[in-house]
Design a protein around this ligand. Structure first.
Ligand SMILES: *[C@@H]1O[C@H](CO)[C@@H](O)[C@H](O)[C@H]1NC(C)=O
Ligand SMILES: *[C@@H]1O[C@H](CO)[C@@H](O)[C@H](O)[C@H]1NC(C)=O
Ligand SMILES: *[C@@H]1O[C@H](CO)[C@@H](O)[C@H](O)[C@H]1NC(C)=O
Ligand SMILES: *[C@@H]1O[C@H](CO)[C@@H](O)[C@H](O)[C@H]1NC(C)=O
Length: 858
């Protein structure tokens, strides 16, 4: 019971697997007759296209007669059994390539009379495989591929294939190669592919006889055919030839072009490929007028001369290229400046590919042995003084080392019809200084992957430029006038992978891009940008795609709200923790006007804390498409990183956390401010007297009517200011006045008598103290209770501290007995530290008292 079940499961699994492989090919399903093969119905004939490739088959099975095309490619077939295809009379295409087929009999292909395409590439066919003339059966064959079968000189008899249009075959000859007479029958033959890239090709010598039997062929591919010599008139008979490929014949050199182009005159040639007809380590080459002049008599469209170590071109040579030429490919060469650049102005080309100049190379794995290798192909008829001609001195971008000419204007001649220039990966190390292009129609310029490290400009005459690629140039300097008003139609600008983060932040007025009014896509990725000025994109109102990915941006400080057409803002792989409120407002205002906006924030350092609470809320609710939102991570305040999947939940927890946070912070804030207020009040209280003193001193000094005192002590207005309580006035006005002023001539200042009317009391007091040499305090209980007396006392104290350098001004007269407990602390301090005398209030004691007082005051 178990075994059949197991087998069943296994069968299903195999079926499932093969089905899943097949499913990958577009529109294919497992075939009904064999599930390992993939089938697709052909719409017009309702027959099937069957693919049985790569199945390790060793024998061909019979196929039902429902097939239009059959592929048995990449199996392990060796023989084709007689009559195996006899049912398949409807088959038009049979692919037997990449097998080991070696013997084919006359009845192997019975039934395939209608076959149009037969592919036998990469098998084991040899001379003996063709003994049965089986090819003669295919009267309708249009396409035949026999490549990678013959290593020797052998051409099978194909004379019966009168409808053949395409033939791909090996072409091996020991010396002179000649296509056999049988080819004469193939009047419809259009394409002959002998390329050594996909088969065996070795034809050292080509002569006018080689192709004499195929005069009608239109496409001839002789790439990698080890051609060593190509005589003139080899292609002369082929007047229909439209494309000729001689690439990869490294022994030919440019000299051969003269023979080739002479033959191609007045032919239908449209595409000529002569890539790599020099070796990788040949001397640099010089293209002569003679090499290409005959092209003038053709209407060629494309010319490919890649990888030829081409350095110089004879002046005038380019003028022989016909005006029909629209594409010129000269990739991977080694051009240097020369007079020829002026001939560029006469070229009619629309697209030029000069990319990959000066790139590094490895020696060919199997270099050909050429007779000419030792010959120096560099022609010395270029006189050296041509290079020092002053007219080139200002040509092309200046080298950085040429510091004096660093800011000179340079002129670049551009072919008048050129729309697309590819100058990628040329290793050019220049500053782009002031550059003027000749009048041009340039739309697409690729200058990427060079070392154009400083873009100074301005670049003039680029009025048609729509696409400019300046990426990967290690540029760290971009002037604010490089993109001048001529960049009016520029739409796509790529500057990725440079070092513009070093220069853009300094453009606070946003002048760098101010003229790029029509830019739709701007790529500033990989530029080490940490911040962008607010105004930087002020003029780019048409911008739709802004790529700032792979930078060091932390905050969106630049203005966005005016970019109303923005549909994609890429901020991937930056250092953004959250988008601040202002930026969110700006983004919202774009979305209000335009429904579709996508922002990519993946690979940033998002945080989910109270700070970013609003941002998280916005992410959850906004209609902006946040690319890959559910795959973002954010860091919580605890340091934990979580995936942002359920934004509403996340927001609620955050909200809870943050309310307590708000209470805490506000509590802290209130207590802090309270503390500060108390502190200030304390300080004010502590220095209240000083503050008041200062206030009044300032007030006094600002009044001119109160005389200024000099330091000289004789200049005091009074000798003594008497500070007393009103209740003690009788003592002061009688005894004190009598004894001190009348008897001893000490000028007293008494508030009753000497204060200026009109002034306020406090000012009067301060001024009196200030203008008296000493201040006597008549200390009584009344005195201690009186507000103004205390004021006088403290002012006098301040006066001695701040105006008289701690000289004692105060003199205490304790009029009645006051117990030490009743003194306020600050008075007690003075009482203890400074001189004071007690009024004895008895006759004998009084005499001594007055004596002491007078001495002390004088
Ligand atoms: C071509 O050369 C190979 C070896 O160099 C030789 O075996 C072969 O016989 C030659 N074929 C002809 C037709 O001369
Ligand atoms: C010649 O064949 C090679 C290899 O298949 C191919 O790369 C090349 O494009 C062909 N040349 C032309 C002109 O088609
Ligand atoms: C060009 O043709 C001439 C005459 O047939 C021949 O002598 C010369 O070698 C050919 N040049 C090259 C480079 O094959
Ligand atoms: C173009 O053909 C004419 C007529 O055969 C010939 O006189 C002239 O030299 C040719 N021009 C070039 C550049 O080969």
């Amino acid at each position: 019971m178990i075994r059949p079940l197991y087998v069943l499961v296994l069968t299903f699994e195999i079926l499932y697997r093969s089905a899943s492989i097949i499913k990958r090919k577009h529109g294919f399903k497992p075939c009904e007759f064999d599930h390992r093969c993939a089938c697709k119905r052909d719409q017009s004939s309702s027959l099937y296209v069957a693919d049985c490739s790569g199945l390790n088959m060793t024998q061909i099975r019979r196929f039902p007669n429902v097939l239009l095309k059959l592929s048995l490619r990449m199996n392990r077939l060796e023989v084709i059994k007689d009559g195996i295809f006899s049912d398949n009379t409807l088959l038009t295409s049979l692919d037997l390539s990449f097998n080991n087929i070696n013997s084919i009999s006359s009845s192997s292909f019975i039934g395939l009379e209608k076959l149009k395409e037969l592919d036998l590439q990469h098998n084991n066919l040899r001379k003996i495989s063709f003994t049965h003339q089986w090819l003669a059966r295919f009267k309708s064959l249009v396409y035949l591929n026999l490549k990678e079968n013959f290593y020797d000189e052998y051409q099978p008899d194909i004379s019966s294939l009168v409808r053949l249009e395409t033939l791909k075959m090996d072409f091996v000859h020991n010396k002179t190669a000649i296509l056999s007479k049988q080819f004469k029958n193939l009047k419809r033959l259009k394409l002959l592919d002998f390329s050594g890239f996909t088969g065996h090709c070795s034809v050292p010598v080509l002569t006018p006889n080689t192709f004499q039997n195929v005069p009608y062929v239109r496409h001839l591919n002789l790439s990698m055919c080890k051609i060593k010599s190509l005589q003139i008139k080899t292609f002369h008979v082929m007047k229909n030839i439209a494309s000729l490929d001689l690439s990869g014949n490294t022994c030919l050199k440019f000299q051969v072009l003269e023979n080739v182009t002479a033959d191609l005159q007045f032919s239908a040639i449209k595409i000529l490929k002569v890539n790599k007809i020099h070796k990788v380590f040949d001397m640099n080459t010089y293209l002569h007028t003679n090499h290409i002049k005959h092209l003038k008599n053709t209407s060629i469209l494309e010319l490919h001369m890649d990888s030829n170590r081409l350095q110089q071109i004879e002046p005038g040579a380019l003028r022989f290229l016909p005006t029909t030429l629209i594409h010129l490919s000269v990739r991977d060469n080694m051009f240097s400046l020369g007079p020829y650049v002026y001939d560029l102005l006469a070229l009619s080309v629309k697209t030029v590919d000069v990319s990959g100049m000066n790139s590094f190379h490895k020696e060919d794995s199997n270099p050909e042995k050429c007779n000419l290798d030792l010959v120096c192909t560099w022609h010395t008829d270029v006189r050296l003084d041509e290079y020092s001609d002053p007219q080139f001195k200002h040509l092309w971008f200046r080298r950085e080392t040429n510091e004096q000419a660093g800011f000179r204007r340079t002129f670049i001649p551009i072919p008048y019809n050129l729309t697309k220039l590819n100058y990628r990966s040329c290793g050019s190390q220049y500053n782009i200084t002031e550059v003027e292009l000749s009048n041009n129609k340039l739309e697409n310029v690729d200058l990427s992957n060079n070392l154009l490290t400083r873009w100074i400009g301005p670049l003039r005459n680029v009025k048609n430029l729509r696409y400019l690629d300046l990426s990967s140039n290690m540029c760290s300097y971009l002037s604010t006038f490089f993109f001048g008003p001529d960049f009016i139609v520029l739409e796509k600008l790529s500057m990725s992978n440079n070092l513009l983060g070093l220069i853009l932040p300094s453009d606070i007025h946003g002048n760098t891009f101010q003229h790029l009014l029509n830019v739709i896509k701007l790529d500033l990725s990989q530029n080490r940008i940490s911040n962008l000025p607010h105004q930087i994109f002020k003029s780019l109102r048409k911008m739709e795609i802004l790529d700032l990915s792979d930078n060091f941006i932390e905050n969106i400080d630049f203005q966005l709200s005016h970019l109303i057409k923005l549909s994609y803002l890429n901020l991937r792989n930056n250092l953004i923790t959250f988008i601040n409120n202002q930026a969110i407002i700006q983004i919202n205002s774009i979305v209000d006007k335009r429904k579709k906006l996508a922002i990519n924030l993946s690979g940033n350092k998002l945080i989910c804390t109270c700070e970013s609470q609003k941002f998280i809320d916005w992410m959850g609710s906004t209609s902006v498409h946040i690319v890959n939102k559910t795959h973002y991570f954010c860091q919580l305040s605890t340091g934990e990183r979580v995936q942002i999947q359920h934004i509403p939940e996340l927001f609620t927890t955050l909200e809870k956390e943050c309310t307590s946070y708000v209470i805490l912070t506000s509590g802290l804030l209130v207590s802090l401010s309270l503390f500060i207020i108390v502190l200030i009040m304390g300080i004010c209280y502590r220095f209240r007297w000083k503050l008041r003193y200062c206030y009044y001193m300032v007030k006094i000094r600002s009044r001119s009517k109160i005389p200024q005192i000099d330091e000289d002590e004789n200049e005091y207005m009074y000798d003594v200011f008497v500070s007393y309580a009103d209740d003690d006035r009788s003592f002061v006005h009688t005894q004190l006045l009598q004894t001190l002023e009348k008897e001893n001539g000490i000028r007293l200042c008494l508030h009753k008598r000497n204060f200026l009317p009109g002034n306020d009391i406090a000012t009067n007091i301060t001024s009196a103290i200030h203008n008296s040499r000493k201040t006597i305090v008549i200390m009584t209980y009344h005195y201690l209770k009186s507000y103004w007396c205390m004021f006088e006392f403290n002012m006098a104290r301040m006066e001695s501290i701040y105006e008289r350098n701690n000289e004692n001004v105060l003199f205490l007269v304790v009029f009645e007995h006051i117990s030490a407990r009743d003194f306020p602390l600050h008075i007690l301090e003075v009482v203890q530290s400074q001189s004071y005398i007690e009024f004895p209030n008895d006759e004998q004691g009084d005499v001594v008292f007055w004596l002491q007082l007078v001495t002390a005051l004088k």
